[in-house]
Design a protein around this ligand. Structure first.
Ligand code: SAM
Length: 241
């Protein structure tokens, strides 16, 4: 079963995308710079004061980055393989909020509400369940393509990288982030990069894209009240030649 279809991961991702600092990390001395990754992966990698026409958010999960993109892009398409993630994102887009559970420990939960970000323009967004490796040829092209922490969840990421040139317009931006967590359960080892992920991305993308920036971006996923995953994504921003 796709782990992203489980109720536990739905709750975890709703908190990761929409939880306040206090709801996610109610401790002093915690890694506060790792909070709000799905917002930061957009606003820290793109100049949001420049209006753009079309954005594609691949592996959008429960949708936070798509809402951020809608603040400055006229049209946003958010695509994810998980039907329940897309249903949650669509509910937040339509209704403005969605109730979910935060696991405390054992079978103890707290009820919370995920709210649509104030900056967003929901009428500009379309959420779709779909596979990033089998996108419809009618999607068209985009001047922003955002794919956060998707690469190392794909069964075969190389054809995915090869498909990006046809999805991004000339001078358009490609934002890729990845924690480089290569796992056999998602990607067979023969499809892992043979060197480092950053070397591999440069090899595969440099023909069609210029690398504008590469940097580290921490993120924090809360599993329960006393257990967190702290990870360091590598974020790279590319411009289509
Ligand atoms: C690690 S999560 C990252 C989600 C989100 N971008 C974020 O930063 O929170 C990976 C996401 O990719 C989705 N995914 C995995 N394989 C996919 C595929 N082939 N096509 C589209 N989405 C996929 C999963 O359902 C999940 O939502």
């Amino acid at each position: 079963m796709n782990p992203y279809e489980s109720e536990a991961l739905l709750d975890q991702y709703l908190l990761f995308h929409y939880g306040s600092a206090e709801q996610v990390l109610p401790y002093s001395g915690g890694p506060v710079t790792a909070l709000e990754f799905p917002r930061r992966s957009v606003v820290e990698n793109i100049d949001t004061t420049v209006p753009r026409s079309r954005a594609l958010d691949l592996g959008c999960a429960v949708g936070r980055s798509s809402f951020e993109l809608s603040a400055f892009c006229n049209e946003v398409v958010g695509i994810d393989l998980s039907r329940q993630f897309i249903a949650a994102a669509e509910c937040i887009r339509n209704e403005g909020e969605l109730t979910y559970r935060r696991l405390e420990e054992g079978e103890i939960f707290t009820q919370l509400v995920a709210r649509r970000p104030e900056v967003s323009r929901p009428e500009r967004i379309r959420f779709e369940a779909g596979d990033a490796l089998e996108l419809s040829c009618n999607l068209g092209d985009f001047d922003v393509l955002h794919a956060a922490n998707l690469l190392c969840r794909l069964p075969d990421p190389e054809p995915f990288l090869a498909s990006l040139q046809s999805l991004v317009t000339k001078d358009g931006l490609l934002i890729l982030t990845t924690p480089c967590t290569w796992l056999g359960e998602f990607t067979r080892p023969e499809h892992w990069p043979s060197g480092t992920t950053s070397q591999w991305l440069k090899e595969k993308l440099s023909g069609e894209f210029n690398l504008l920036n590469i940097r580290d971006m921490p993120f924090l996923i809360r599993e329960h009240a006393r257990k967190y995953q702290w990870s360091m994504a590598q974020a790279s921003v590319w411009q289509r030649k």
